[in-house]
Every structure is written in C-alpha cells, then in structure tokens.
Design a binder for this molecule. Structure first.
Ligand SMILES: [Zn+2]
Length: 82
C-alpha cells in the first residue's frame, strides 16, 4: 500500500516549486478544493493554520503553503475513539 498524497510533499525539496513561495501564507481556495483527507477522503477546510477534515476531524499542518496530508502526521481530535 502506498500513500498517493506523497507526491504533493516531495516537490518542496527542489526549491523551484512556486507553491513554496513564502509570500503565500495560506492555501489557495481552489487548490484546497482539490484536496481530500488521505484517511477517509473527506472534504478539508481551513482551520487556523491547519487543514481539518470535516468527516474524521483529523487535522493536517501546513508547511510553506503545502499541506502535509499524511495520516501518520495528522493530529487526531481528543474526542475521537477508534
Ligand atoms: Zn478524514
């Protein structure tokens, strides 16, 4: 099993990606609309400086305008039990 979202993140490493522009603190709403939660494929919405899944409530941090959509990196809300 592989995590499809990995491709988004690794492009940051080459330094030439326009998405990594430091003058852009927050995610483009049109870009956000293309994203989905890697855990449940739910819709994501911006909450403070995180992307929050509206279904499973996981929260993903954003680094340099790039959401870190990794299940292992997600913050789970305290009220959720598995
Ligand atoms: Zn989710």
């Amino acid at each position: 099993m592989t995590i499809r979202s990995y491709g988004i993140i690794h492009r940051k490493e080459d330094g030439a990606c326009p998405m990594a522009d430091a003058t852009r603190p927050i995610i483009d709403p049109e870009f956000l609309a293309l994203l989905a939660c890697p855990a449940c494929h739910g819709e994501l919405e911006l909450r403070d400086d995180r992307l929050a899944c509206v279904r499973c409530r996981r929260r993903y941090r954003i680094e340099d305008g790039i959401p870190i959509l990794l299940i292992d990196e997600a913050e789970l809300p305290p009220e959720v039990r598995s």
